[in-house]
Design a protein around this ligand. Sequence first.
Ligand code: ATP
Length: 374
Amino acid sequence: MTNKTDPTGDVRLTGIAKTYGAFTAVHPLDLTVPQGSFFALLGASGCGKTTTLRMIAGLEEPSAGTVSLGGQDVTALPPYKRPVNTVFQSYALFPHLDIFENVAFGLRRRGIRSVRKQVEEMLDLVQLGEQARKKPHQLSGGQQQRVAVARALINHPKVLLLDEPLGALDLKLRRQMQLELKRIQTEVGITFIHVTHDQEEAMTMADTVAVMNAGRVEQLGSPADLYENPRTTFVANFLGTSNFIEAEVDSKSGEEIVLKAGGGKLVLPEARCGAPTTAGGKVLVGVRPEKISLTHADDAGEIPDGRNRITGRIADSSFIGVSTQYVVDSPVCSDFEVYAQNIDRDPRLVPGAEVVLHWNPAHTFGLDADQDAD
Ligand code: ATP
């Protein structure tokens, strides 16, 4: 429907900010959302994501900065004059109108008389062609949400804003709707900007995620990039679980940094280190639980060379079917978490067992321990 590579369709926020009295909900923010992308604003409650979305919609007046859509400064335009539509968590369907008329509403209001073809196309898009004559209360939550999407898309906005649209649905339905919304976005090709506090939802749906914290974008990137290369402990923890080891730079060896940690040594590729790499520099070494292997101390000789390794003792283990989650006490990090796949599970790996934790150095990220306040 639209050209995904046309930069004139970008949403651009320049120095956009919002204060309420002395409280700053959104600090000055520069952000470009490329046309045709599925973009997520992700963060905990109160971080300013809805306020940001509402400033794009025109529902909230910015205290500073500008919003432009497709190269046009729309900061002063009221919501209905912006090429934007919003879908809210509450659906906001008209209860007395059937599904067809709910979807037709935007067209009829603009004085368009022959609406049938367009409404039917939209209902097909959201796979509700069979439900056209039902009233909203006769549909499931997920179906009602799809009506809300169809109703917003029928006006052919350049941008669809979605404010926690799946928040009212149960987990199973939410997962289905995540895939459904992604499919719809790919089909219509317009920009979707989606607000959520659910990291899995953002990672499943979005091409690009902006992680917000206390009114600021803390990091922007693809889901894989944010997960593999978080730049702060906040981002590392918001997008999953991570172990952290306090370490100090010892030396450099080629492309790698050698770190001292709890009497042992760890290696970190320099390219994956977000901290100064001069000797004596403090680095917080992060490693995700599923990247770690666990070997009984008696078999330590079988661990291949070139892996980071630390010794410890299993404090706890929980069998959860496909994997077992271990908590390991070690001199460098108490409560080290390890998620091990249950293939060839070693029966000796029980609480109290002495173990060696080891992983590929490439699966490590380094944060600046002095900069990270978390
Ligand atoms: P949630 O997921 O809970 O909606 P959010 O990240 O979307 O959170 P916002 O709704 O953008 O957060 O709110 C950001 C901050 O601004 C919050 O601390 C909120 O209390 C505050 N805030 C929002 N609207 C107002 C208002 N009208 N007056 C004063 N403070 C406000």
